[in-house]
Structure formats: C-alpha cells, structure tokens
Design a protein around this ligand. Sequence first.
Ligand SMILES: Nc1ncnc2c1ncn2[C@@H]1O[C@H](COP(=O)(O)OP(=O)(O)OP(=O)(O)O)[C@@H](O)[C@H]1O
Ligand SMILES: [Mg+2]
Length: 234
Amino acid sequence: MLTVENLSASYGPVRALDSVSLSAAEGEITAVLGANGAGKTTLLRTISGLVPPAGGEISLAGRDLRRVSTEDLPALGLAHVPEGRGVLAELTVEENLRLGALGARGRATAADLRRIYDLFPALADRKNGLAHVLSGGERQMLVIGRALLSRPKVLLLDEPSLGLAPRIVARIFGLLRGLVHDEGLAVVLVEQNARSALSIADHGVVLNLGQVVVRRDAAALVADDALRHAYLGF
Ligand SMILES: Nc1ncnc2c1ncn2[C@@H]1O[C@H](COP(=O)(O)OP(=O)(O)OP(=O)(O)O)[C@@H](O)[C@H]1O
Ligand SMILES: [Mg+2]
C-alpha cells in the first residue's frame, strides 16, 4: 500500500534520513524502531510532505506522493498521527473526532462516530466533555480515533506509547492490532518502545543515524538476542 524507496532528507547540513526503503502492506504493522535522533519522526514527516525529500520515491497504492500536497493526503487515504497527542483542548471529544473527517470526506456521519466509540468506549463516555480533561491514554485514543475518521488506508503513528503506563499501552496496542486485522489497514508504527511495538508488529525496521540497519520479521527480531541488545535495549 505504501512504498518508500531510497528516501533521503536533510535539515541544512544534517542528513537526517539517508536512502531509507520501507513498505507497509494491508493488514500489517511495520514497526520503525531506533534511538533518539535516529530519524524516525523525519521519516514520517517526509512521507507526509512536511519535510521535503532530498531524493527517493514515495508511493501510496501506486501513486507518486511527492507531487501531492500535505493537505490532500487524507483524501487519498494517508493519515498521520504526530508525536505529542495534540488535541484542540477547548473543543469537546466529539468535536475533535469530527475534525478528522473534514479534510478527507466532509462531515462525519453518526455511523462513523459510532465506529470509533465501539472501538474506544472510554471516548464514548466522555464525548461531550472538553478534550483537555482527558488522561494521556484517552488523548492517545482520541488522536487515533480522529485519524481513523478520515478512513485511511495507511496510518502513520509517531510514538503513541510515549509517557503512558504499560497497562494503557497494552490496551491501545491490542485495539490497534485488532483494527489492522479486521479492516486491512496498513500501519507504520514509530516507537522507541521496541518491546511493545514488536509484540503487535509484523515487521521491524531499525534506524540508526538515518539509515536502515536491520530489517526483519518482528518475531525474528525479538528472537535474536544480539540484535535486540545492540539496537533495541531489551
Ligand atoms: N527541525 C529540525 N531542524 C534541524 N535538525 C533536526 C530537526 N528535526 C530533527 N532534526 C535532527 O534530525 C535527526 C533526526 O531527528 P528525528 O526527530 O527524525 O529523530 P527521531 O528518531 O524521531 O528521534 P526521537 O526518538 O527523539 O523522537 C536528529 O539528528 C535531529 O537532531
Ligand atoms: Mg521522533
């Protein structure tokens, strides 16, 4: 569904992404792992057109994304959930969710909202409350739910587990795994939390200094003690 080939990007003299190739298939989760500054966020931002590529190709279902502007991506089926769980704090949970449909498909229907509330019942309980009262885990559910309202084919997630309790991470990741399986979504999951990410991922890609250093099936990565210790810290 999403294919990235030899993608490079720089910030002035800093080459943050150096000829990275990656793909994400329907019904699969590709985990992108690596330490601080490895280039994970830059990879997602370059795919989304927020950082201009210095070279390489990006395609979504065969369509060249380098010629598409960022604001047109949701309508083509690409949703990006940035790091930091940004919500509009003075809007309600439901108003925040509705925003997810706007750029992609117009107005959210009652069925669209019901689908998100079925997936994340905690959001249904708080739908008329202001977004700023949500816990970190609920906020993460809200930003994922908002992205899902655009009905994406490909979902890019940047560090969804950051700062959340392990129990909450397990719950959100379990829901994500079910969603990918049921709906055939293709997910690129950027995480420093390699252990949790690999527990739900099909494939793992490890970045170091902007380059891919390892690419394996998730189970094979977890099983390789030397690789795990060298790159993943668990
Ligand atoms: N806006 C920017 N201007 C200049 N350099 C940047 C900018 N954003 C990132 N960098 C640099 O690019 C490199 C890759 O950063 P990036 O944020 O992509 O890494 P990351 O893997 O997401 O790290 P983290 O795990 O800390 O989120 C780093 O050396 C970083 O300092
Ligand atoms: Mg990052």
